[in-house]
Design a protein around this ligand. Structure first.
Ligand SMILES: Nc1ncnc2c1ncn2[C@@H]1O[C@H](COP(=O)(O)OP(=O)(O)O)[C@@H](O)[C@H]1O
Ligand SMILES: [Mg+2]
Length: 236
């Protein structure tokens, strides 16, 4: 079954058209990447999903048309976004940040178990559970942002360039944590990355965007074998 499907999606900021036709689909429980250079339209594609830009084409989630539905309703349906730049709350503790992620949930008595599950997967966060988010390193803040989104108990976790601005070894640690989360929870993921080497550790397939269009899609194995992918996104 398809969980998320974008069919020929266009998007514009005011009258400035940025997406010219993006198509992709995430199967239930699957992990899919969106690869592309800076400015290709990756973040705009995620804004199209949450309905914060002017959207054309069609977007469905779990069989429901969510085109232009808006961020609150798409979140309530089960899509959790980790935005570019993370957006953790600096003056709240790690535990409070996790609880903020769960604010829409009614099953309040399950939150403790979910926090324990996440702290097992993210030992760095466990060590800093009572510290303010502002005391965390960049990599730890990224892990907190991912964990906080997971606390919403979404069906789909959407990650916008988790490696952005991190040193290579830190970015690797963050992807280790994302891989563990995916392995242990089986949650579906849509992962935006410029760094294909990192994304390919988590995703089963990916779509390549160039100037607002999907130009190539395939399984991770297929894409790794393509010369143009190796040259543009895999460093050789
Ligand atoms: N808020 C905005 N208003 C106008 N243009 C924007 C805005 N955000 C991004 N753009 C433009 O849209 C294009 C795609 O940007 P973006 O989706 O952020 O790309 P990526 O995430 O792949 O780096 C770029 O040309 C960028 O300058
Ligand atoms: Mg971006």
């Amino acid at each position: 079954m398809t969980l998320l499907e974008l069919t020929d999606v266009t998007a514009a900021y005011g009258r400035v058209k940025v997406l010219e036709g993006v198509s992709l689909s995430v199967p239930e429980g699957g992990a899919v990447g969106i690869l592309g250079a800076n400015g290709a339209g990756k973040t705009t594609t995620l804004r199209a999903i949450s309905g914060t830009v002017n959207v054309g084409g069609r977007i469905t989630f779990a069989g429901t048309d969510i085109t232009s539905l808006g961020p609150e309703k798409t979140a309530a349906l089960g899509i959790a976004h980790v935005p570019e730049g993370r957006g953790t709350l600096p003056n709240l503790t790690v535990r409070e940040n996790l609880l903020v992620g769960a604010y829409l949930r009614r099953d309040r008595n399950a939150l403790g178990d979910d926090i324990d599950f996440l702290l097992d997967l993210f030992p760095n966060l466990a060590q800093r559970i009572s510290q303010n988010a502002s005391a965390l390193s960049g990599g730890e803040q990224q892990m907190l942002a991912v964990a906080r989104a997971f606390m919403a108990k979404p069906t789909l976790l959407v990650l916008d360039e988790p490696s952005l601005g991190l040193a290579p070894s830190t970015a690797k640690d963050v992807y280790d944590a994302i891989e563990r989360l995916r392995g242990e929870s089986g949650i579906a993921m849509l992962v935006v990355e410029q760094n294909a080497n990192l994304a390919f550790r988590v995703v089963d397939s990916a779509t390549v965007l160039e100037t607002g269009r999907s130009v190539l899609s395939g399984t991770t194995e297929e894409l790794k074998g393509r010369d143009e992918i190796r040259k543009a996104y895999l460093g050789g």
